[in-house]
Ligand binder design. Structure first.
Ligand code: SAH
Length: 652
């Protein structure tokens, strides 16, 4: 291959020829295509993408003048083949690829082949890799409308960038050399044919971005929102009884999981109230299990099921993020549930339970309080980490810094002792609580898993997330089993917990699972995973852990997101069941960006902090859309009820 295809075509650089000769190309193609690995043609690598033809890889690397000791970025890493060739020559190679599944496969190949100087990540390469910049060379292996500014800026002075520019069928390979900080030289290397560069500074998913968004004859992206609009079932206002009725088809499921795209949007709470009300009143659901701490939710449960307040009352939901449960929408729901239960026999009453790790927010608060006293720097890092221990955030620097802080490590034992103490006290209370759900065995389990959790909470990553979601699932199973074979449950938790993780970046790239996935695996079609989304509006959130809640503006959705497709339907509120239409289902299976806002919202770094790739039609059974949404209203003094004892969950 080197001799015939490269040297004969004029590739001269001995470094390039040697590198091309030593990378086993067959290891990078899809199974079944190995025998074609050394042909001079592009080959499939999955996700409809191709590995570049050897001559083109060699040509680009030669044109980029890559030398030993240099740092190189490749945008569109695909199979990892070109990155491997680069790694033979350069000191360090960074590769970005938009399809998480390709990144995963490429990472496996590169590690099997023992490449230790290549780092790959999934994401939009048109934004570059600012943390690793500047680069001596940048190769873009997909063709875009122009050279993204971010990439030019991430070039070192003297650096070279090679990229195909132009629409399909008329691309030309461009070489940009950064002569001085503000001086770039451009050169054209001839006509080429690459797959499209899809991203913020590239093309849209469905083709070129022109004044109208399309080339003549291309109507795909205009038709997708139109197709969605045709399948979407418009919804009444949340307060209208018809809203809940629209979900009657889910009545025969055992578990209905209701998501939310933020932790501070009123419409999501009101919609879940309406659906929950309908499924409890008309269809026999008796369990409402929410993403909240067990002891706090238990206070509400006592209230709604007309049970005695506990012996040692502590006020519920007093810790960050208080607005998640101390808001007017939850208040209305709790009052309704109490009234609904009032005339029912105890065994028919619907209960309200917390799924989260036992007293997690109490434990976090205790950790922060302790660190604040002994090591304020460590406390600051811990606070930041709690703020971004979410599966969708891509801020590796935060993890790195926290893990490497020695003082933080030194505090670990003491902190764990604090948490253990807290848990013991809480469990003592719980045991003295007559009708407690917690038996001795469960207590023991909690203590065992809590210690593990506290320990790994420091080091973050998939393990702590998985432990938390497995715990939530186990708790849900205990609740369902306790009520017998016919019990039906509703779960209220964030989209990131209830959308099947296997079809999102969190599962595919980070090995994270979630309660939605576990419910599907256990209950098959008896589980319904219902996601929620919005285009813009306001949201209640903080900028960091433990900071004050603010009402923030939600930025209009990203142009490459599912949210933007929904917005473009021009239907303000709808229920979408992708399964109702084969074409819509297929189109909504293609991976796209999806927005996740938790208790922290950082609009200024929104793309990095809040968007993640997912395959919507596989992630959810249904999707509920509110084009414009409003922030929740936290409970204020006006909600205090004179004469109601302090044990009332929302006494203020
Ligand atoms: N160099 C690769 C060739 C892959 S083809 C190899 O040797 O195998 C180009 C790749 O660019 C595709 O995998 C495509 O998914 C990816 N791509 C397109 N737009 C991208 C973007 N904005 N960011 C990152 N990758 C992108």
């Amino acid at each position: 291959m080197v001799e015939v295809q490269l040297a004969h075509r004029g590739v001269r650089d001995p470094l390039v020829l040697e590198a091309m000769g030593s990378v086993p190309r067959e290891a990078f193609v899809e199974p079944g295509f190995e025998e074609f690995a050394y042909e001079d043609s592009p080959l499939p690598i999955g996700e409809g993408q191709t590995i570049s033809q050897p001559y083109v890889v060699a040509l680009m690397i030669e044109a980029a003048e890559v030398k030993p000791g240099e740092r190189v970025l490749e945008v569109g890493a695909g199979s990892g083949y070109a990155a491997a060739v680069l790694a033979q020559i350069a000191d360090r190679v960074y590769g970005i690829e938009r399809h998480p599944s390709l990144v995963q496969a490429a990472q496996r190949r590169l590690s099997d082949l023992k490449y230790t100087n290549v780092e790959l990540r999934s994401g939009d390469g048109t934004l570059g890799w600012p943390e690793a910049a500047p680069f001596d060379a940048i190769l873009v292996s997909a063709g875009g409308p122009q050279v993204p500014k971010a990439l030019k800026e991430q070039l070192a002075v003297g650096g070279r960038l090679i990229m195909p520019v132009g629409a399909a069928g008329m691309q030309s390979l461009q070489k940009i050399t950064r002569k001085a900080s503000g001086e770039f030289e451009e050169q054209s290397l001839g006509a080429v044919a690459f797959v499209p560069l899809v991203g913020e500074h590239g093309w849209t998913e469905d083709g070129p971005r022109s004044a109208t968004g399309h080339l003549p004859g291309q109507s795909r992206s205009r038709s997708l929102p139109a197709l969605i609009a045709k399948v979407a079932e418009p919804l009444a206002d949340c307060d209208d009884e018809d809203f809940g009725r629209a979900f009657d088809d889910f009545a025969n499921r055992r578990i209905v999981l209701l998501g939310e795209a933020t932790h501070g949007t009123s419409e999501f709470y009101r919609a879940r109230f309406a659906i929950t009300r309908r499924l409890i009143e008309a269809h026999g659901f008796t369990i409402v299990a929410v993403e909240a701490d067990w002891p706090d939710a238990a206070a509400i449960d006592r209230y709604v099921r007309h049970r005695d307040p506990r012996a040692h009352p502590g006020r519920a939901f007093q810790r960050f993020p208080t607005w998640m449960w101390r808001n007017t929408d939850v208040h209305d729901f709790v009052e309704w549930l109490r009234a609904h239960n009032e005339h029912l026999p105890p065994e028919k009453r619907a209960g309200f339970y917390g799924l989260d790790l036992y007293n997690m927010s109490g434990s976090i608060a205790a950790v922060l309080e302790y660190l604040e006293k002994v090591d304020p720097d460590a406390a600051a890092i811990a606070r930041e980490r709690y703020g971004c221990l979410t599966p969708w955030q891509k801020e590796p620097s935060t993890y790195g810094r926290a893990v490497l802080t020695d003082s933080y490590r030194r505090c670990e034992d003491a902190v764990i002792e604090q948490c253990r103490e807290l848990l013991r006290k809480e469990l003592d209370y719980a045991q003295n609580d007559g009708a407690s759900f917690l038996d001795a065995a469960q207590n023991a389990r909690l203590i065992a898993s809590a210690e593990r959790y506290y320990r790994i909470m420091y080091y973050g990553g998939a393990e702590s997330w998985n432990l938390r979601d497995t715990h939530m699932f186990d708790t849900l199973m205990h609740l369902v089993e306790a009520q017998g074979s016919g019990a039906k449950a509703l779960v209220w938790a964030h989209n990131s917990h209830i959308g099947d993780a296997r079809h999102t970046e969190m599962g595919q790239v980070r090995d994270e699972l979630n309660i939605g996935q576990l419910c599907r695996e256990r209950f098959k079609a008896q589980a319904a995973l219902i996601g929620f989304g919005t285009h813009t509006g306001t949201v209640a959130a903080a900028t960091d852990w433990d900071e004050d809640m603010q009402i923030m503006r939600v930025r209009p959705s990203h142009r490459n997101s599912y949210e933007r497709l929904c917005h473009d339907t021009a239907v303000p509120r709808f229920l979408l069941r992708p399964d109702r239409d084969a074409v819509v289902r297929r189109r909504l299976t293609d991976p796209r960006l999806e927005r996740f806002i938790g208790v922290i919202y950082r609009p200024e770094t929104e793309l990095m902090s809040h968007y993640s790739e997912a395959s919507l039609a596989r992630q959810f059974d249904a999707y509920v859309w509110f084009d414009e949404t409003t922030a929740v209203t936290p409970l204020g003094p006006q909600h205090a009820r004179p004469g109601v004892p302090d044990t009332y969950p929302f006494a203020v």
